[in-house]
Design a protein around this ligand. Structure first.
Ligand code: SAM
Length: 374
């Protein structure tokens, strides 16, 4: 895969994060190109901020970095790292990178949005934008034609203002919205629900996995969290709202528990849920990271994981595999990895390649819970 994006006699070298040998996937898409092409003839004010939301691997942040002060908003640690790397490789000025809960800059001239994967985050971001955008700000969103439905456009109309769409180019479309300050409303509260059988109350910011109710996989995994006096260090890998790590902390109050997620909204929710559900958070740590990057080898006794997956989606399969390899690396000798997976994903086979022993410790119609020992 060639990492060069060339448009309007300018070339950027763009790679995904983490950088993989023999990468087959590009770091930008047709929606990025459509946005860049559309903005090419615009007269930009070099002093007034440009706001970029949900850039994937930094194509937009890099393209606009030398045209005006850029603030880029992302919920993803992986995106954040990709932007930093790509700006550096292309010798571009730094941009301000903030998460989706941070205050937005005032008086931007242009807002470029990559349509996020879920409408909950989109609604959150549109409401946030309506609070701060001046009436003259140009707002353009780009997405795949197949992801832009009339229900998506209704969200723009409801929360931000009058909305029109462009023609499709290479299966991408642009959405143009005129800001209507009369639509400004107070920001919504995070969703909150109880898990009475485990005596937990869980709150979730908009982009957290399964934010409307407890995930059925997570619910099943909760039944298999062990309690052992020899656990000193426990990790909840891909913690989401933290339900698994919090239950593990309750069952093992003597252990240090580290929760890791690449979503900043997940990290914020997990921190708040620990405060809400634990007597003390002294031994409870939450970090944003890509899998277990920066966690020491042989530093944990138990890793719990409900990995991200999607049927027929090779990218998420790759993340689950990276999670298993990282867990193997950070576990001490005889340490345990406990995971839940859909039956058809054949995680047993994968884990057997890198762990000494793999047992099925639970199963139902849909899921298996596996324990792999190092
Ligand atoms: N543990 C929670 C539960 O059981 O409800 C959430 C599990 S969800 C299936 C997987 C989680 O992995 C998501 O919260 C997602 O943000 C996180 N994730 C995806 N890729 C990741 C990565 N590279 N590093 C860390 N976390 C990641």
């Amino acid at each position: 895969m060639k990492p060069e994006l060339t448009l309007h006699q300018r070339t950027l070298t763009l790679t995904r994060f983490p950088v993989r040998k023999n990468e087959t996937l590009q770091a930008w898409d047709a929606a990025d190109e459509y946005l860049i092409n559309h903005c090419h003839t615009m007269a930009l004010d070099p002093q007034r901020p440009i706001l970029i939301l949900n850039d994937n691997f930094g194509a937009l942040s890099c393209w606009f970095a030398n045209q005006a002060p850029v603030t880029t908003v992302t919920d993803s640690f992986i995106t954040q790292q990709a932007i930093i790397n790509n700006l550096s490789v292309n010798n571009l000025p730094t941009v301000t990178i903030i998460d989706c809960l941070a205050d937005l800059p005032t008086e931007p001239q242009l807002v470029l949005i990559k349509q996020p994967k879920n409408n909950r985050l989109l609604s959150w971001q549109l409401q946030q934008l309506c609070q701060v955008l001046p009436q003259d700000c140009v707002v353009i969103t780009a997405g795949k034609v197949k992801d832009i439905h009339s229900s998506t456009l209704k969200l723009f109309e409801k929360y931000l203002g009058t909305t029109k769409t462009s023609l499709a180019v290479k299966k991408a479309r642009l959405i143009f919205t005129t800001v209507n300050k009369l639509l400004t409303a107070p920001m919504p509260q995070p969703t909150s629900w109880a898990v009475p059988e485990h005596n937990l109350t869980i709150t979730n910011y908009a982009n957290v996995f399964s934010s409307d109710s407890l995930d059925i996989g997570g619910r099943f995994l909760l039944e298999f969290i062990p309690s052992k006096s020899q656990y000193n260090d426990i990790i909840d890998l891909g913690c989401g709202n933290g339900v698994i790590g919090i239950k593990a902390a309750r069952l093992n109050p003597h252990a240090n528990v580290t929760c890791v997620d690449e979503s900043f909204m997940a990290v914020a929710s997990c921190r708040e849920n620990a405060q809400l559900n634990l007597l003390t958070t002294e031994k409870f740590n939450v970090i944003a990271s890509n899998c277990l990057d920066n966690i020491d080898n042989q530093s944990a006794d138990l890793v719990l994981c409900n990995p991200p997956f999607h049927q027929n989606n090779t990218i998420t399969d790759h993340i689950a595999w990276q999670m298993f390899c990282d867990a193997q690396r950070v576990l001490r000798q005889h340490g345990e990895l406990i995971i839940i997976g859909n039956r058809q994903l054949k995680y047993h086979e994968k884990l057997s390649r890198i762990f000494a022993k793999v047992d099925t410790i639970g199963s139902n119609d849909k899921f298996v819970v596996l324990r792999a020992i190092k």
